[in-house]
Design a protein around this ligand. Structure first.
Ligand SMILES: *Cc1c(COP(=O)(O)O)cnc(C)c1O
Length: 363
């Protein structure tokens, strides 16, 4: 296989990037146009990098209609560090944070918050093996909670919130790592939104944080400086050296989304891709979706086969057919097809074709 041939990459993360983004980065890798150095070799204090960072921020603001009173930060430490930073900055002494437990990542976020302060699990669907998102009536919210935390898309379990819950005035904190910018998002509904970039936004090592400005007043000076949102906001994410290459690729990815027609356009594409895949999952009963239908994710489609032997064979044969990364997370088993923004529709068609043929042979 020539080294430039690309297969269909269904990995949950780090995940497929848009080809035009990779091609532009490749073209400009040795020297950014007019700069004579690569993006990895220039000072993060240079005008070139500051322009690049500010353009990425402006493009994010335009792409998602981020209101003027929200700050856009590019941090490090992944979504996992946000599990700590959110409570360290926003869980004020004496207050309670509500967490809605919809999967392994949501559970990890709550566990980190418990190290910082009082946490109330406002709802959990663990008893249903996380196959669904709770209904509004199931939530036991704390009056006056410091914030309510949700995981908008449960990467491992293949479920997603269709609309964010009502919180009765408490700021909503959302881990959007696996569905950020996959559809229009009403940022004004949230206090803080965070996403590790490596699923839908760029490479690993950069974390997008969008934060309502008034919440910065909760960040106290005694926090370690790198864990303080206010410090990062006051320094435009340049308190120390950011992941310059990661910011660059994230910026190109956001530009690519804008060139497609923005979030409504990518949402239509994502809906079409997911509909094709779930139609095949549901077609005969040979495949069985693990998430309840009304909670299904458009980004991570999880399904099982009639036996573990067939699942092993499916992984082996699909990999050989150039469909990579379909093995589900070990906690759920079965298959998981991650079809993020950058995943091409032809790859979904190829998977559907493979599934039909596999069922014909083994069903
Ligand atoms: C992948 C993932 C994480 C972990 O992200 P890191 O950047 O590796 O820390 C957290 N939350 C969700 C929803 C994820 O999908």
């Amino acid at each position: 296989m020539p080294t430039t041939t690309r297969i269909y990459n269904f990995s949950a993360g780090p995940a497929v990037l848009p080809l035009p983004v990779l091609e532009e980065a490749q073209r400009d890798l040795v020297s950014l146009p007019g700069v004579g150095m690569s993006v990895m070799e220039i000072s993060h204090r240079s005008k070139t990098f500051e322009d690049l960072l500010n353009t990425a921020i402006a493009d994010i603001r335009a792409l998602a209609d981020v209101p003027a009173d929200y700050r856009i930060l590019m941090l490090q430490g992944g979504a996992t560090l946000q599990f700590s930073m959110v409570p360290m900055n926003l869980l004020t002494p004496g207050a309670t944070a509500d967490y809605i437990d919809t999967g392994s990542w949501a559970d990890k976020a709550a566990k980190e918050a418990k190290k910082v302060g009082t946490v109330n699990i406002a709802a959990t669907t663990k008893a249903d093996l996380y196959t669904r998102i709770p209904r509004q009536e199931e939530l036991r919210l704390t009056p006056g909670a410091a914030y309510v935390h949700i995981t908008t898309n449960n990467t491992i379990e293949g479920t997603a919130w269709k609309t964010p819950p009502e919180t009765g005035g408490a700021p909503l904190a959302a881990d959007t790592s696996s569905d950020m910018f996959s559809a229009p998002i009403d940022v004004s509904r949230f206090g803080v939104i965070y996403a590790g970039a490596q699923k839908n936004l760029g490479p690993s090592g950069v974390t997008l944080v969008i934060l309502r400005e008034d919440l910065l007043s909760r960040s106290v000076d005694s926090l370690p400086v790198m864990l303080n949102y206010r410090v990062h906001a006051e320094n435009n994410s340049l308190y120390n050296t950011p992941n310059t290459f990661g910011v660059y690729i994230l910026g190109l990815t956001v530009k690519w989304l804008r060139s497609l027609g923005g979030l409504p356009a990518i949402a239509r594409i994502n809906q079409r891709k997911a509909a094709k895949l779930y139609a095949e999952v549901d077609r005969t009963g040979f495949y069985r979706g693990t998430a309840q239908k009304e909670s299904r994710s458009l980004m991570n489609a999880t399904f099982r086969l009639p036996s573990e032997e067939l699942e092993k064979l499916f992984v082996k044969e699909s990999t050989a057919a150039g469909l990579d990364g379909l093995k589900g997370h070990r906690s759920v088993g079965g298959m998981r097809a991650s079809i993020y923004n950058a995943f091409p529709e032809e790859g979904v068609d190829a998977l559907v074709g493979f599934m039909r043929e596999f069922e014909r042979k083994h069903g």
